[in-house]
Design a protein around this ligand. Structure first.
Ligand code: OGA
Ligand code: NI
Length: 360
């Protein structure tokens, strides 16, 4: 990987900028007019209810209820690439506790957070940019990134140590989300007509599959029309399970040429397909472009949990999904190699998965 040992430019914490009371955002955050959220072609104010799946139905004693739920998930992965899940088995109390410890972390004095400042080699820790390109336009967001899996990468010493309860809560949250992810990738495999453990095995199984968390903190922004909280991208990995902020919306998904604001449902998670599942499914399931808009009146906190292939797993379209009529759309690539693109260039729409298409 051609990643730099340090950031190419001094890091400025967005939260510090926000708190300083500036009326104008620095030029580094001002997007070109075509990338701004109020671009005349966009319908940014339109909100959308993405499909809601009741996961309790997967435990139904009635075969047809279970099958209908699997079919519904399979359908939304093809048509939407995004869905929300309710009755997902994770206690609402744990969801709230996890949110609360991260709110507390971001409210700590800067010096406390700086102890965890991250570097582009691994991205672990407290960060304020994705990508290392000199002069790149930046997003209005700080974040914290940490690993849960594989076990060798889990290092609680790199996690926040304040508030005192936080390592325990963060760890418990991770365990629950790994369980939910594994349930979901089974359903995704079945929905593609594959063996139920197909995705799990392709990702490297119990020992190698990876799981990580990015906690995004979007401070108040004095000029939200000129910038973005997070630029358009598709998630490079397997699946993402997002715990959004229910006090303020901000996540937008792209459908056609329009951006729609997602209405988060209290106590539900938002699930989306990442590029590796698009590759593995030979583009039957879609990893959909999304972005986050900034806000002038409320800060926003979201927890993005990524369930991914192991770094060395070679991901390619499943043989069963490659036919004469549907030839393999992508050539095999390890996840480490694939991910280095975003870690170098930062969020860039769907350009990477598009350029990864096999030549015809
Ligand atoms: C991400 C992401 C959305 C949000 O972290 O990849 O898309 O609502 N986050 O913060
Ligand atoms: Ni994302």
């Amino acid at each position: 990987m051609s990643l730099l040992p340090s950031w190419p430019e001094p890091i400025v914490r967005v939260q510090t900028l926000s708190k300083s009371g500036i009326r104008k955002i620095p030029r580094r955050f001002v997007k070109p007019p075509s990338d701004r959220p109020c671009n005349i072609m966009d319908i940014t104010t339109t909100s959308i209810n993405i499909p809601l799946i009741d996961l309790e139905n997967l435990n139904s004693p009635n075969d047809s209820v279970r099958q209908e739920t699997i079919d519904h998930i399979s359908h939304v992965c093809r048509e939407w690439g995004f869905f929300q899940v309710a009755n997902h088995g994770i206690s609402h109390e744990l969801m709230e506790k996890t949110r609360a410890v991260w709110h507390e972390f971001f409210q700590l004095p800067l010096e406390e957070k700086q102890k965890f400042a991250n570097l582009p080699m691994t991205y672990e820790g407290y960060g304020s940019r994705i990508g290392v390109e000199v002069g790149a336009k930046l997003d209005w967001c700080d974040y914290f990134f940490l690993h849960y899996l594989p076990q060798v990468l889990k290092n609680e010493n790199k996690w926040p140590c304040l508030p005192v309860s936080c390592r325990k809560v963060i760890s418990e949250y991770g365990e629950e989300l790994v369980t939910l992810s594994r349930r979901l990738i089974k359903i995704l495999s079945i929905g593609l007509g594959l063996n139920e453990d197909y995705v799990h095995k392709s990702f490297g199984g119990d020992g190698e599959s990876s799981a990580c968390l990015r906690v995004n903190f979007y401070p108040k922004c004095p000029q939200p029309d000129l910038t973005l909280g997070l630029s358009p991208h598709s998630d490079p990995g397997g699946i993402t399970i997002l715990l959004p902020d229910t006090n303020i919306s901000g996540l937008q998904i792209r459908r056609g040429n329009n951006w729609f604001t997602v209405n988060p449902i209290p106590n539900a998670f938002i699930v989306n397909i990442g590029d590796q599942i698009q590759v593995l499914s030979n583009a039957i399931y879609k990893s959909v472009e999304h972005r986050v808009i900034a806000s002038s009146n409320k800060e926003r906190l979201s927890l993005a949990f990524f369930y991914n292939p192991g770094g060395r797993a070679l991901i390619k379209p499943a043989d069963e999904l490659v036919t004469k009529d549907c030839p393999a759309l992508y050539s095999p690539m390890t996840f480490n190699e694939y991910r280095s693109f975003m870690r170098t260039k930062g969020p860039s729409g769907k350009s990477q998965i598009e350029s990864h298409k096999s030549p015809r």
